[in-house]
Design a protein. Structure first.
Lengths: 499, 620
């Protein structure tokens, strides 16, 4: 049907063409070809002038109409420091090219009109003019020199590396089909090593977990950056070329597999300030969801964005990440909340080379945790509440043998005893309610004794400041009907007897 | 008939008299009793060795490809302009690439969207604007305007067309593969183009794409070497280089550019084929794709980009120089004035040709090359603006003081100048690496290159077709339709591409299937609709042109005089329908430059007329 319709259109068009053709030939025959040509010349020249005027008006009117959506010309001033210099350069170039565009177009169509062929007119014989040629070689050459110099000046500034001793944040973006994977260096400030052969479902970047710099690296789902501080983005790709494109920041750089690239920029406005700027413009009062007039206005839902600007396959158009620029305080708070990817996804899995060992950061983390609990227990109102649960003291199943890693927590206990020389404590063993109550009772006694012995014999704590007691399953802190509850009930506690 | 069609130059003097008296006798008739090369249908119309027939073959093949390539753009423009509309009606044409939801809404598959974009670029750049433009007019005009019987090697010339034809067949076949045609962009950057795992079109589609283009390059080289040899060795008596029409200068430099740059492209393709088929690592390094880490190590995708753009940039001049040559000639003839600054025009062609080889990395400012290197490429790139500006000023000055005859040819010439200005000026933005940070790979680039090398080159081609149509077919195309075609296309082309500058300035990236997911890019729905509608209208106008073209071959107004435009150049001294060998008797000899229009009060003086007594001296 469609095909037939198309065919019918073409046939119809052909008929029209043939008829117009016949009519013009007839008209030419009637009026004389030369006269017709003069008429055509005059008419074409006039159409040209009309076109010229309409075209220039169209150019100016549309530019004004779209101004507030275009970067650099409405509210969309550059969100990065270097971007302002690029916008200036764009404006300068637009100034020069705009003059040339308007002048040459006026001359082109005006000459075409003015010198349209007519009866009795003779063309001027004007083959060349060397002085004119020199003038219009030199003028563009001078303008180009100016543009080249300003351009290269800006370019080399933008592309300059971080200077020695300058403070900056380093982040990494890795393009893959079809998303960006982001990585922050974590507290150590360093991104760990990667090897593409180590990539798998659990290790999307191929991080080498033997490299301790990797262990604290964060994989956030959006880019969050502090305002007013330089950022160095390390840009990589996993499969094909991508391009790290953040239009509001005038940032763009290819991501190349096997060859990291870099872009350094400094955000100069926070997302919230930017929204306030947009708020002033009528274009951004429209509802953000065109189908829901009650949705938030555009300015309110505005976010900076990261896109891909190098064709990378069928999902190229969908590689969006939100970019949030915040104050340094908000940034610090956000960063503190982020958990390292290693800790959340790799730790103690079969991929973890440190499985069964405690990492330095875990040791210090646990010490911090213990110290916090001890401080609050010592501050408790009643003696009965002065209890510190030893969450990292474990025994082999059904026995009173301490596991290897329990020594770190007991070390913390020993240090606390040294810190508070007056403190005396009771080591209390508890079990869950599974099995025989008497057996549980004796196991809990043996376990508390094992802790007591370890503290006294291995860590040289004064035995007179310690007591050991077993309570079996008599003092549950949670239900014995669930696995989680029972796990909580099996525990070792310190009861502070005197401060 | 033959007696009344001649151009009477002075009482009793016409072309035949001049050729007989001053021409050069190459004993053409002694060994050409009848035409043994063109004795039947097959060797006249199909395996013809006549440059004029080969030109028509290039032209008509190019037109068919233009319709295919342009038609593809309509489909992806529909996706961009009307993303919500159902494309179910395209199902009979596109088959599985249209998926129909339960509600009956047909969606274009993103893979095929990218295949269309890729094929559109490849077809228009190579098959239409290289083969269709340079192939057509170099073939038609070089022997005719330098005064030669044919190309230096008519047989290689024929092969040149048939290699192009084979390239076309292979490319066309690739459109129907079940995995789809190549979809990684016309630049075919690896690793995307090297890995079938990364894009289904990078499988068999890419294999055929590369093979097709290797055939195409063979075609360009066979053609180019012929054009160069013919211009250098087969110029007729008196035709010094400084008397060549600007068309020939442009074709000559174009052929040199092609000869020097296309082999580099082939070497890039060969290495890419090695990477794809033999497991080498010229362009591949550290890749994890499709759940698997590849063994390739040590290559650089950027190396491919260097090789590609070493062709790719001269290629844009391969496209635009012939158009510039044609427009120079057409404007001069129809303004009835010599081209202004002939020598400046020649030197600017040479300068542009030379510079085109040392600017390629301006396509790669953002690709991760050392930013220091970019400094040089910025300088050379912006220098090109100078010879380009010289050319524009010369064209405008050619109109100044003229007695302009308006017809489709001269209108398209003027339109070309307008487009070249508009598109050329935006190149000054993009060539400056600092601005390119923001503009790279946005619609600003799309607007720039479509206007300056797409539309402008097409306009040059149309100017040439309307102007030399009588030479090709002995008839005229309908002038009213021609003018309608021009004004519609001029307005329509600006309607399509001018708004794209704003998209680019808003940072909207090119090659996006949909803009919905990005807050920054999704505010231009109305504009995208407008562009799509303009594109449909412009395409319809080109269909009108095609109809006019074919209709006129058989039914157009007959050419009754040899030199309908009053032009000075040699091609108009042949009989209306020149046979194989072009001139029936002696070869014309050339006595003067090609632009004696309006000299000494005469409308024009043909190149074959010797200096007359009392004629003012030749200065240009």
């Amino acid at each position: 049907m469609t095909f037939l319709l198309g065919l019918a259109c073409i046939v119809l068009l052909t008929v029209v063409v043939v008829q117009i053709g016949k009519v013009t030939e007839l008209a030419n025959g009637l009026r004389g070809e030369e006269e017709m040509q003069f008429k055509t010349n005059r008419r074409s020249g006039m159409i040209g002038m009309a076109f010229l005027i309409a075209f220039l008006v169209f150019c100016i009117a549309t530019a004004i109409y779209y101004k507030n959506y275009m970067l650099g010309y409405g509210p969309h001033e550059s969100a990065s420091v270097h971007g302002s210099s690029l916008d200036r350069l764009f404006a300068v170039t637009l100034f020069f090219t705009g003059i040339v565009f308007v002048l040459t177009h006026i001359l082109l169509f005006w000459f075409a009109y003015k010198y349209h062929g007519r009866a009795g007119r003779k063309a001027l014989f004007l083959s060349h003019d060397n002085r004119l040629e020199i003038i219009w070689t030199i003028i563009p050459a001078v303008v180009m020199t100016f543009l080249v110099i300003s351009g290269l000046d800006a370019w080399n500034d933008v592309m300059a590396d971080i200077e020695e001793g300058e403070d900056y944040t380093e982040i990494e973006a890795t393009g893959y089909q079809f998303a960006w994977h982001l990585r922050y260096p974590g507290p150590d400030g360093k991104l760990g090593a990667r090897d593409y052969k180590k990539i798998n479902g659990l290790n999307p970047l191929g991080q080498d977990w033997n490299d301790v710099r990797n262990l604290d690296d964060i994989h956030p789902s959006e880019i969050v950056l502090p305002v007013g501080k330089k950022v160095r983005v390390r840009i990589t790709a996993r499969d094909v070329l991508h391009n790290f494109d953040m239009p509001h920041f005038r940032v763009k750089m290819d991501a190349v597999p096997g060859m990291p690239t870099y872009f350094i920029f400094e955000p100069q406005i926070t997302s919230e300030e930017y929204r306030q700027r947009l708020k002033e413009y009528p274009e951004y009062q429209l509802p953000s969801d065109p189908n829901d007039p009650k949705s938030d206005p555009l300015w309110k839902t505005f976010e900076f964005e990261l896109a891909c600007a190098e064709l990378c396959g069928s999902g190229h158009y969908s590689m969006r990440r939100v970019v949030r620029i915040v104050s340094q305080e908000e940034y610090d708070a956000w960063l503190a909340q982020q958990q390292s990817y290693y800790m959340s996804s790799i730790r103690n899995s079969s991929d973890d080379p440190f499985k069964g060992q405690l990492l330095d950061m875990e040791v210090s983390m646990r010490k911090q945790e213990f110290d916090d609990k001890l401080t609050s227990a010592r501050a408790a109102e009643t003696a009965a509440d002065r209890i510190v649960r030893l969450d990292y003291v474990f025994f082999e199943t059904g026995s009173a043998n301490l596991t290897d890693l329990s020594r770190y927590e007991l070390q913390n206990v020993a240090e606390a005893m040294n810190k508070y020389p007056e403190m005396t404590i009771e080591v209390a063993g508890h079990t869950d309610a599974t099995g025989d109550a008497a057996a549980n009772q004796s196991l809990s006694e043996m376990r508390s004794m094992a802790v007591y012995n370890y503290l006294v014999n291995e860590l040289n704590v004064d035995g007179s400041r310690l007591a050991a007691a077993g309570y079996g399953s008599s003092r549950p802190i949670d239900s014995n009907d669930t696995d989680a509850g029972r796990a909580k009930n099996r525990r070792t506690e310190l009861q502070i007897l005197s401060l | 008939m033959e007696t009344i069609d001649k151009t009477v130059i002075a009482p009793g003097i016409d072309e035949d008299v001049l050729i007989e008296e001053f021409g050069y006798d190459d004993h053409f008739h002694d060994h050409h009793h009848g035409d043994k090369y063109q004795s039947n249908f097959v060797n006249t119309y199909i395996f013809s060795q006549d440059h004029k027939m080969i030109a028509k073959q290039f032209l008509i093949t190019g037109m068919i490809w233009a319709l295919i390539g342009g038609g593809m753009s309509l489909i992806f423009r529909l996706q961009l302009g009307f993303p919500e509309e159902s494309l179910a009606w395209l199902k009979p044409l596109l088959g599985k690439w249209i998926t129909i939801s339960e509600a009956g809404v047909g969606k274009l598959a993103p893979e095929f969207y990218y295949a269309l974009v890729t094929m559109h670029g490849t077809i228009i750049v190579f098959f239409v604007l290289t083969a269709g433009l340079s192939g057509t007019f170099s073939n038609l005009l070089i022997p005719l305007q330098v005064g030669a019987r044919d190309m230096a090697s008519p047989f290689l010339n024929m092969l040149s067309y048939w290699f192009f034809f084979i390239a076309g067949v292979i490319m066309f076949y690739s459109l129907f593969l079940s995995t789809g045609p190549f979809a990684g962009g016309w630049t075919a950057y690896p690793p995307l183009s090297a890995l079938p795992q990364a894009s289904s079109g990078s499988g068999a589609g890419m294999t055929l794409w590369t093979i097709s283009l290797v055939f195409f390059v063979v075609s360009v080289l066979l053609g180019g070497i012929n054009y160069i040899t013919t211009v250098l060795n087969l110029r007729t008596k008196g035709m010094t280089m400084w008397r060549l029409p600007l068309t020939i200068w442009a074709f000559f430099v174009t052929a040199i550019l092609g000869l020097l740059s296309f082999p580099v492209l082939v070497s890039g393709f060969l290495l890419l084929i090695f990477d794809r088929e033999l497991g080498t690592s010229f362009f591949l390094n550290d890749i994890y794709v499709g759940g698997q880490a590849l063994e390739h190590a040590g290559g650089s995708p950027i190396l491919y980009q260097h090789l590609f753009w070493f062709l790719g940039h001269p290629e844009v001049y391969i496209i635009i120089l012939p158009a510039m040559g044609i427009v120079s000639e057409v404007l001069s003839v129809h303004a009835r004035k010599p081209i202004f600054g002939y020598k400046a025009m020649v030197f600017s062609i040479l300068a542009i040709g030379f510079l085109s080889f040392i600017v390629w990395a301006h396509h790669m400012f953002m690709s991760g090359v050392n930013p220091f290197i970019s400094n040089f490429f910025v300088i050379f790139t912006l220098i090109i603006a100078v010879p380009s500006a010289v050319k524009v000023f010369n064209w405008i000055s050619t109109l100044y003081g003229g007695n302009i005859r308006f017809n489709a040819a001269s209108l398209f010439g003027i339109g070309f100048v307008s487009m070249f200005i508009s598109g050329g000026l935006t190149g000054i933005f993009l060539g400056n690496s600092a601005i390119d940070i923001q503009m790279h790979d946005t619609y600003f680039v799309v607007a720039h290159f479509h206007i300056v090398m797409g539309v402008a080159a097409m306009f040059g081609m149309f100017a040439g077709i309307y102007h030399w149509y009588p030479k090709m077919f002995g008839r005229f195309m309908n002038p009213t339709l021609g003018r309608l075609h021009f004004w519609g296309t001029l307005i329509g082309a600006y309607a399509i591409f001018w708004p794209m500058h704003y998209l680019g300035m808003a940072g909207v990236p090119r090659r996006y299937y949909s803009f919905d997911s990005f807050e920054t890019f999704r505010h231009f729905g109305t504009m995208n609709q407008f562009i799509t509608i303009a594109a449909i209208v412009v395409f319809a106008l080109q269909v009108l042109f095609v109809i006019n073209f074919f209709y006129s071959i058989w039914y157009g107004k007959k050419q009754t005089t040899r030199n309908p435009w009053g032009a000075t150049t040699l091609e108009w001294t042949t009989p209306i329908r020149p046979g194989h060998g072009n001139w029936p008797g002696k070869l014309p000899s050339v006595q003067r430059w090609a632009y004696d229009y309006g000299k000494d009060g005469k409308d024009f003086i043909p190149q074959i007329l010797p200096p007359q007594e009392g004629e003012s001296e030749e200065v240009h």
